[in-house]
Design a protein around this ligand. Structure first.
Ligand SMILES: [Fe+2]
Ligand SMILES: [Fe+2]
Length: 205
């Protein structure tokens, strides 16, 4: 199955759709927290503050969209209010752990420097994914004339990818070869996450 097939099924079913929005909100929130936790206590840039603020807004915005389906649904991030809860958490954690391991080897970093490098590369990989996923989602929403909308997120995510590339270029001239390896790791984890979403969706029918 492809993303648009899965999303067509999800958007048609209100219970599934609310949980999907909540799952994306959970991920955005985890991403926002990650960015904030990687901030240098003193030397935090305007760009990093902007990025954290926007990811927090995405988490809020997606949660708010659920109210268009049902105001009483998915009030928390409880596992039964998410789709593929275990795999969703694993995707984020594993990406972080595996990226840190690789970056430690490649650049010989520790402590704050490793944290910052992880922020750059992990966020980059997530932005590449977001730039693919949200437009497909919006297309399905428009086709099905859903009241849910993610257009404002798409605009900001495109900006984030550019900003990450700018920061990566400043970090290392050799960033692209390392980024390619991080994208491979992300690809594998994404496949596992997608499979889990498919399985979870099937259980609804
Ligand atoms: Fe986001
Ligand atoms: Fe983003």
């Amino acid at each position: 199955m492809e993303w648009n097939n899965l999303l067509n099924i999800v958007v048609k079913n209100q219970g599934l759709h609310a949980r999907f929005l909540n799952t994306l909100s959970f991920m955005e929130n985890a991403g926002a927290r990650k960015i904030s936790s990687c901030e240098h206590p003193i030397e935090v840039s305007l760009l990093q503050l902007k990025h954290a603020a926007e990811e927090h807004r995405h988490a809020y915005y997606l949660k708010k969209q659920i109210q268009k389906i049902n105001v009483n649904w998915c009030l928390t991030y409880n596992a039964d209010e998410l789709l593929a809860a275990v795999s969703t958490k694993q995707y984020l954690n594993q990406l972080d752990i595996k990226a840190c391991r690789l970056l430690k080897q490649q650049f010989n970093l520790t402590g704050k420097d490793l944290k910052f490098a992880a922020y750059l590369f992990v966020t980059y990989a997530i932005e590449v994914r977001a730039d693919q996923l949200y437009p497909i989602y919006q297309e399905v929403l428009s086709e099905q004339k859903s009241r849910v909308m993610v257009k404002s997120i798409i605009l900001e995510e495109a900006g984030h990818l550019e900003e990450m590339i700018t920061q990566l270029e400043r970090f290392s001239v050799d960033w692209q070869s390392v980024a390619a390896q991080i994208l491979d790791i992300e690809n594998e984890l994404h496949s596992a996450w997608f499979k889990a979403l498919e399985n979870d969706t099937r259980q609804w029918f």
